[in-house]
Design a protein. Structure first.
Length: 296
């Protein structure tokens, strides 16, 4: 089912998985616990040992190929399509992928290659790529996600850009990384006040220790509340899970979906996701028991 449709019935939970950092046997640990697996198109250098050297394999190619494999295991899979890698000649492939069961795509600009020139891009803005995707479908079409940055220095400009993506055909939005409801709910209110009606998924990113958290914060301009820093500093291994479990509890009834990612991207995230989901389910059980006690 398309994620934007599923979000009408319950809060969506998705998790980011980077294929070459995952132990395949771990994937079933997420079965029945997340609605979809999303696969980013990360720029990880020119060489990819998964393919013969004579092939030029873009991050987008890896994302799409991995999504097809993940879909065959029974999970809903969401590949990433990037303005950086996508070419107009790729458009006829999309209906083929749709028939293979890929009903959801996430459109991103993509971290540029060194010395890139935007004039070489076939699609220079995310909304251009979204329109291109829609143009090759008659009747049934895929569900298209896009991103929005709650930390943009020019909020009004970012809201305008976000609305342009929706006008182009985006069916849902995913925010930048968050660690609690700090700032993100205020930003979502601003989007709604500007007329936005599509579902919004908040990305909750699990930090792996304080150094990892501060590095990502500095590199990508993501502010981190002091309470989050203190929790992660006190417990480098479990603090990140604790922070995100708490954020999930505060956000799950406020937004259409939660998208989990792991900031320590060089490592397999699934064991950490499992610990997080266990913590969330334990909290739900405690809340349920408390509510039952109060009713009696």
């Amino acid at each position: 089912m398309k994620l934007s449709e599923r979000a009408k019935y319950h809060t969506i939970v998705t998790a980011e998985v980077i294929p070459d950092r995952v132990v395949p046997a771990h994937l079933p640990l997420l079965d029945g616990r997340v609605d979809a697996i999303t696969i980013p198109a990360l720029r990880n250098g020119e060489n990819d040992p998964s393919y013969p050297s004579e092939f030029r394999v873009t991050p987008q190619t890896r994302s799409v190929a991995s999504a097809v494999i993940v879909k065959k295991t029974g999970f809903e899979a969401v590949p990433s399509l990037t303005c950086r890698d996508f070419r107009r000649s790729d458009l006829p492939l999309l209906p083929v992928l749709f028939k293979k069961g890929l009903e959801n795509f996430l459109v991103v600009f993509g971290d540029p290659y060194p010395n890139y020139e935007i004039k070489t891009y076939d699609f220079k803005r995310a909304e251009d790529l979204i329109r291109g995707i829609r143009s090759v479908f008659d009747g049934q079409r895929p569900c298209i996600g896009a991103v929005t940055n709650q930390y943009a220095l020019d909020r009004e400009k970012e809201i305008s850009r976000t609305l342009s993506k929706v006008d182009a055909g985006a069916d849902y939005l995913v925010t930048n990384s968050a660690f609690d409801d700090y700032y993100v709910l205020d930003y979502i209110d601003a989007l709604r006040s500007s007329g936005l009606k599509v579902p919004i998924f908040v990305q909750l990113s699990i930090p792996h220790g304080l150094n990892n958290l501060l590095f990502v914060s500095r590199r990508f301009g993501i502010p981190v509340p002091e309470s989050v820093k203190e929790t992660v500093s006190r417990d480098p291994l479990g603090g990140g899970v604790q922070v995100i479990a708490r954020a999930f509890a505060g956000l799950r009834n406020e937004v259409s979906g939660i998208h989990f990612s792991y900031l320590f991207r060089s490592h397999n995230p699934i064991p950490t996701y499992t610990h997080l989901l266990d913590a969330i389910e334990t909290d739900w059980q405690l809340v349920g028991s408390l509510q039952a006690t109060l009713r009696t």
